[in-house]
Ligand binder design. Structure first.
Ligand SMILES: Cc1cc2nc3c(=O)[nH]c(=O)nc-3n(C[C@H](O)[C@H](O)[C@H](O)COP(=O)(O)OP(=O)(O)OC[C@H]3O[C@@H](n4cnc5c(N)ncnc54)[C@H](O)[C@@H]3O)c2cc1C
Length: 274
């Protein structure tokens, strides 16, 4: 099947892209790397009247550090972020999670902001953004910033308005003494995760973020968690999730992955923090 007809605008500036979204209304969509949107167009799951291409806007692919955050604008590909020389020291959780996002080919075109906008519950980048208390910077008629935890509102649902572009997302730079780890289980490497887990360990404090189970990434914090209490804590977490049966896995299998992958990921994060 081929897409329904649409108009195409290659935006020269963010302002031009935003104005086009505002003028066209619900029928307009941003196209970035096209790795999710083009499949949706071909299956006619999306039938936009106008596609606004933001990949040629000058400066859209230039990352930088601002006020202790790594700022990643809308045209930065997942591959470019993964190739960033200092990523491992700046945002180690992203360095661990990005190799799990699709394949070399999809990462070459797929953007970081496009993945966040698409809001797939199994997406690794959104999970890392929520786990790290990152921020989504939106540009509509006015600019506004939202904590990632408030941005994801459901399955492929976000708090972005139809006339807003994600101008950038920002990830806090890692502090010394903090350990990060990421693991996931999928049918094949590069497939969307059945369950993905990010762990962040700082002193006594521990945070776990779970993807692929609820409609949006879920975060759980513990002020302190002794080794002997880890299994009970993970069991509570597993039962608190909205795990469901689907084509890929049963709810029971998903809960079991949360327990097993959770334990492994906590251990790795604590080792990195030492
Ligand atoms: C074979 C294959 C395997 C994949 N595996 C994974 C995986 O394991 N994990 C994973 O997370 N993803 C996976 N993906 C999806 C991939 O990561 C996409 O790149 C990503 O979901 C969307 O990024 P994109 O730049 O391609 O966005 P597009 O496809 O261009 O757009 C996706 C959606 O986001 C909107 N959008 C894009 N950019 C913006 C913006 N700046 N502001 C507002 N809205 C915007 C578009 O309007 C559209 O609705 C896979 C894709 C393929 C084809």
């Amino acid at each position: 099947m081929k897409p329904a007809p649409f108009d195409y605008l290659r935006a020269a500036t963010v302002q031009e892209a935003q104005a086009a979204l505002a003028a066209e209304g619900e029928g307009a969509r941003i196209i970035a790397g096209g790795q999710s949107l083009v499949a949706m167009l071909n299956m006619r799951l999306a039938r936009p009247t106008l596609l606004v291409d933001v990949m040629h806007v000058p400066g859209g692919a230039t990352m930088g550090i601002e006020r202790g955050q790594l700022v990643v604008p809308f045209a930065v590909s997942q591959a470019a972020l993964l190739q960033r020389q200092d990523l491992l020291s700046e945002v180690p959780l992203l360095a661990a999670a990005l190799p799990w996002v699709g394949h070399v080919q999809t990462r070459a075109r797929g953007t970081v902001c496009g993945s966040v906008a698409h809001a797939d519950p199994s997406a690794e980048i959104g999970l890392a953004l929520v786990a790290l208390d990152g921020t989504v910077h939106l540009r509509g008629r006015r600019a506004r910033s939202l904590p990632a935890a408030k941005f994801f509102t459901g399955m492929m649902q976000t708090a972005a308005r139809p006339d807003e572009i994600i101008e950038s997302v920002s990830f806090p730079i890692a502090r010394k003494g903090t350990g990060h780890a990421f693991n996931e289980v999928g049918i094949r490497h590069g497939d969307f995760a059945i369950v993905s887990i990010a762990a962040i360990s700082t002193g006594d404090r521990l945070r776990l973020a779970v993807g692929g189970v609820n409609d949006a990434p879920l975060v759980r914090d513990w002020a302190s968690l002794d080794e002997q209490d880890v299994d009970d804590a993970l069991n509570d977490l597993a039962w608190s999730l909205d795990a469901r049966d689907d084509l890929h896995a049963t709810s029971r299998y998903r809960r079991d992955l949360v327990r097993r992958l959770g334990r492994k990921t906590i251990k790795e994060a604590r080792q990195c923090a030492d």
